[in-house]
Design a protein around this ligand. Sequence first.
Ligand code: CP3
Length: 347
Amino acid sequence: MSDALYNSRFMKAVRREATDTTPLWIMRQAGRYLPEYMAVRSKVTFMELCKTPELACEVTISARQVLGVDAAILFADLLPILEPMGLNLEYQKGEGPVIHNPIHTGRDVDRIRALDAMDSVDYVFQAIRMIRRALPNDIPLLGFAGAPFTLASYCIEGGGSKNYVRTKSLMYNDESAWNVLMSRLVDTVSLYLQQQIASGCQCVQVFDSWAGCLSPSDYRRYVLPHTKRLIQQVEPFAPVINFLNGNPSLHPLQREAGGQVMGLDWRCQLEDAWKTFGYDVAIQGNMDPVSIYADLPVLKQRVADVLKSAGGRPGHIFNLGHGVMPDMNPDHVKAVVEYVHELGAKK
Ligand code: CP3
């Protein structure tokens, strides 16, 4: 890694070193709330956008630049890696992702294969190389992938879910098939993240967006060993942000699963979570995304509250507790970036 990247605000915070001000990026920073994104998106489908490196590069770079955030995140999605594993994926208008041949039984797991090469998703690595060349030399690029539980839930439910009945039923009723599925996902995703890093990402985030539906004992038994193995296989190559959404009672287990940075949702006080994790990890978060709808003075106060909760301790990366929503005002998102940099400045 170049000196400029190594000494960037974001990478320093990952290592819990002091920075001039609090660094931030925003989950789904390149998304439909941005006119720059919509200008590109209006000409192609979402899947075409993901699979065309020039366009993925353009939306990654423009979002980073118009917001002035301290890191870029690769424009891609959690689910296309499942296609070459044997799942038939489609993004339907207004419906979100749909998998047409989901796993219903333990035996269906047999048709899901672990990838031992990454040629089928080469478009992702081409995009990373282009983005790295186009970014300012002191702005890190984040790669990402889904955590095994979140990916398994899509494989089994065939889309989003309210209660994860199918996923949990397979997990409870056929633990050996469940472990085979999770292992294939871990093998594939660890190779995928390693290749993202080799192509030019300085750090990667693992999204466990839906693990919050699990009790601590179920997370410990059915998920922790797999997520832990994934993170262990990636961390020798770059730092990992372990983001877990939806259930603060999982914090001690999230910490056990590993990662140099713990990603928080907004359902907890950052100061309490950091105390639980221990001060030997960095922390990312955690303003409620709905704060973006607030009037600017209220929004500024809410940014200040999160910074206060972090207590000026080195190792805080500001973010929302989950992604920006499509109808949010881009000027308010830009205002968050200004407020964090202004209020986070070390005197
Ligand atoms: O953060 C970024 O700017 C990088 C790009 C990114 C996208 N998806 C682009 C996207 C990232 C990091 C993701 C991750 C992702 N994808 C997650 C984990 C993050 C989270 O929210 O917890 C999940 C669960 C997915 C799966 C997915 N992709 C869903 C459920 C949907 C539909 C959601 C919706 O709001 O319609 C997508 C589509 C998607 N991924 C869009 C974008 C910008 C919108 C697609 C469009 O342009 O029509």
